[in-house]
Design a protein around this ligand. Structure first.
Ligand code: HDE
Length: 689
């Protein structure tokens, strides 16, 4: 059929099918003759109820949004694989951990917690880190976060925590922010949140990129080998690019610069073949070791420092394919910590136990049907069959009469249906006699969960001075948004148990007297610092996966731009040209180029380091451009390396740039500096608490 592009008397364009363009159909496959006009009675209506094409189209549109996740609503995801480095057959019988070099497909979704699906990517928040591994024995979901501990110890407090942190019930704001009354009211009344609050107020909560964060399974899980022997395990994902965060002012400004900053960063990295990678680490230990630790391994507000139980690296996860469709995959993916395979099992962590119920329930409500597991992103990649039948959106067409078991309809044939297998099937770890505690049925927290401050203190003292100042300043910022005067003193009273120094700094920052110390339920212990908990001590100074912004204008030095671009590419980094206009920039050699971003819409927050390559004329013009001055000022304020031509110096002066190791002449080596942040600079430009 020949394509026609025809206008009707009404003015609308009809594009009809041809060799390249298939037929437009309704959902029953019927070809549609007119996608522009509804069926009317006469030329001017009314529209007929009979118009099934219109009704189907609008009906489907009306249902395009499904209920968003109550938590972790905003997320970004990618496909990839897990590759095992060495067989773990001695520790677990899980098939995924048997053969070195074997790859298992997976889908990973990383999310914020508090905001709605349409909220921004860079609020101060915990990040979800959920991995669905499609193993040969069924799906294993490792549903964790980017912090190794959690706010609460018992699942029964989760609805309270989430109600408190999400926008307030009466006003509907603030969106995606913990800096408000109800959150801090709850926190101040729940000392078990002390450790997690340290993490949430630290730079871990404002990551530079989803590719530069760690992931943690949090709870203690169990691995069980073929002989039935159990080993406790804590799971870790270690990013190949190392850890990197933003500074708070930068994170806040990113919210206006690019709401999709993290989503775009992940997508673009995968598109250009710069595949994000994490190594899977395990802390493995037995009951005796668990009993010897001065905290309870079943308490999710506690971590085990890497220095106490080293992490064994067992494999890697590579994300190498973007989803084809955001809704079908990223939105509809349904994780569940109860999705395990033989060889991986649970512990009695009361937070984990509650989660085992919650996720199945939430998926049914969100995806509308008990058949959500049939959606391609959720379906196992190994055969799955049972006698569960029917229900909304049933997409399978089971054959035969047998929809129950036992049955004797056809003992030999396919029609009899599947049967259980005590050998390959999942059987829960039975426990050893000495582990089994049979007692009264109680609603109680064990005494071993009572120490809420020792690890909070350990976290604080493990940070660099600059990171400690960020935590203190974050607390001052958040508590300054609290309008009820009785709440901040209660938070500071708790903080005194974590660190007197921190509490005093926060009280000073708030301008309130130091309140009396809150009572503790258990003595605070002095743990050694754990350097692994600091970001700044674990950053990688590599340009790999990072992006340099180069500010240019008419007259900029073509060879300097060219050389810089080559140097950046050689170091494994990327760069983007930013200019006052997008097209037709005439360089020093009269060549014309196009920028990647226009100055007003491409602030320096979007980059890891910046270069300012301007001529005298270009500088003179940009000295009168607020966006250019702000561009440089923010790069300096966000502690980034700045390279500049001599001619651009007046712009740096106007932006208040003070020469330091991070400010270099563009002709000098810049690449080493570009991969770093200059934390020492911060005292010059910011009064941190
Ligand atoms: Fe979740 N959590 N959670 N959570 N969680 C959900 O399930 C819940 C907790 C985590 O990308 C929900 O599909 C309870 C800890 C991630 O789709 C829901 C408790 C950790 C994701 C739910 C917790 C997590 C969720 C909402 C207290 C880190 C997003 C939508 C016991 C180990 C997964 C959904 C994705 C999502 C319940 C605590 C991680 C309501 C009851 C601790 C990464 O089922």
């Amino acid at each position: 059929m020949k394509s026609t592009n025809k206008k009707t008397p009404g003015g609308e364009t009809h594009q009809t099918s041809d060799e390249q363009h298939p037929y437009l159909t309704n959902n029953q496959g019927m070809h549609i003759s007119d996608n522009q006009n509804s069926l009317k009675s006469g030329q001017r209506g009314p529209v007929l109820l009979e118009d099934f094409v219109l009704r189907e189209k609008i009906f489907h549109f009306d249902h395009e949004r499904i209920p968003e996740r109550i938590v972790h609503a905003r997320g970004s995801a990618a496909h990839g694989y897990f590759e095992l480095y060495e067989s773990l057959a001695d520790i677990t019988k899980a098939d995924i951990f048997q053969r070195a070099g074997e790859k298992t497909p997976l889908f990973t979704r990383i999310s914020t917690v508090a905001g709605g699906a349409g909220s921004v990517d860079t609020p101060r928040d915990v990040r979800g880190f959920a991995v669905k591994l499609y193993t040969k024995e069924g799906n294993w979901d490792l549903v964790g976060n980017n912090m190794p501990v959690f706010f609460i110890q018992d699942a029964i407090k989760f609805p309270d925590l989430i109600h408190a942190v999400k926008m307030e019930a009466n006003t509907g704001y603030p969106q995606a922010a913990s800096a408000h009354d109800t959150f801090w009211d709850f926190i101040s009344l729940m000392p078990e949140t002390s450790h997690m609050i340290m993490w949430a107020m630290s730079d871990r909560a404002i990551p530079r990129s989803l590719r530069m964060m760690e992931g943690f399974g949090i709870h203690t899980f169990r691995l069980v080998n073929a002989k039935g022997k159990s080993t406790f395990v804590k799971f870790h994902w270690k990013p190949k690019l190392g850890l990197q965060s933003t500074v708070w002012d930068e994170a806040a400004k990113l919210q206006s610069a690019d709401n999709d900053y993290h989503r775009r960063d992940l997508h673009e990295a995968i598109e250009r073949g710069d595949f994000p990678e994490w190594e899977l680490g395990m802390q493995l230990f037995d009951q005796r070791k668990a009993d010897s630790l001065p905290y309870d391994v079943l308490d999710s507000t506690k971590l085990i420092p890497e220095e106490v139980i080293p992490i064994r690296i067992v494999g890697r996860m590579v994300l190498d394919r973007n989803p084809d469709n955001f809704f079908a995959e990223t939105e509809q993916v349904a994780f569940c910590p109860a999705n395990v395979v033989p060889g991986i099992d649970f512990t009695d962590d009361p937070l984990l136990q509650g989660r085992l119920f919650s996720y199945l329930d939430t998926q049914k409500s969100r995806l509308g049907t008990a058949n959500f597991h049939q959606i391609p992103i959720n379906a196992p990649k190994c055969p799955f069959m049972n006698f569960q039948r029917d229900g909304m959106m049933q997409t399978e067409v089971p054959k035969g009469r047998a929809n129950y078991e036992p049955n004797s309809l056809d003992m030999a044939g396919e029609e009899a249906g599947p049967r259980e297998c005590p050998v390959t099937g999942f059987s829960s770890f039975k426990g050893r006699a000495e582990e089994e505690e049979q007692g009264d049925r109680l609603r109680i927290r064990p005494a071993s969960f009572a120490d809420h401050y020792s690890q909070a203190r350990m976290f604080f003292i493990s940070q660099t001075e600059n990171e400690q100042a960020h935590i203190a300043s974050a607390l001052v910022f958040e508590l300054s948004k609290v309008t009820l005067a009785h709440i901040p003193p209660r938070v500071v009273a708790n903080l005194r148990n974590t660190s007197e120094d921190l509490a005093a700094r926060v009280a000073k920052g708030l301008g309130i007297p130091l309140p009396a110390k809150a009572p503790t339920a258990a003595p605070v212990q002095d743990f050694k610092p754990s350097p692994a908990l600091s970001i700044q001590k674990n950053m990688k100074t590599s340009l790999q996966g990072r992006c340099v912004g180069i500010l240019i204008a008419d007259g900029s030095d073509a060879s300097a731009i060219d050389k810089l671009k080559k140097d950046i590419a050689k170091a494994g980094g990327n760069c983007k040209l930013v200019a006052p206009k997008l097209n037709g920039i005439v360089l020093s050699d009269k060549s014309t180029i196009k920028a990647d971003g226009q100055l007003a819409g491409t602030p320096s927050q979007l980059f890891d380091a910046v270069a300012v390559i301007l001529s005298d004329n270009g500088t003179a013009m940009l000295l009168k451009e607020g966006a250019a001055v702000q561009w440089v000022m923010d790069a300096f304020g966000h502690l980034k390396a700045i390279a500049a031509t001599k001619e651009a110096m007046p712009l740096l002066d106007k932006a208040g740039v003070v020469k330091d190791a991070g400010v270099v002449d563009v002709s000098k080596p810049f690449i080493d500096a570009a991969a770093k942040r200059f934390f020492d600079r911060e005292v010059l430009i910011r009064n941190l608490a």
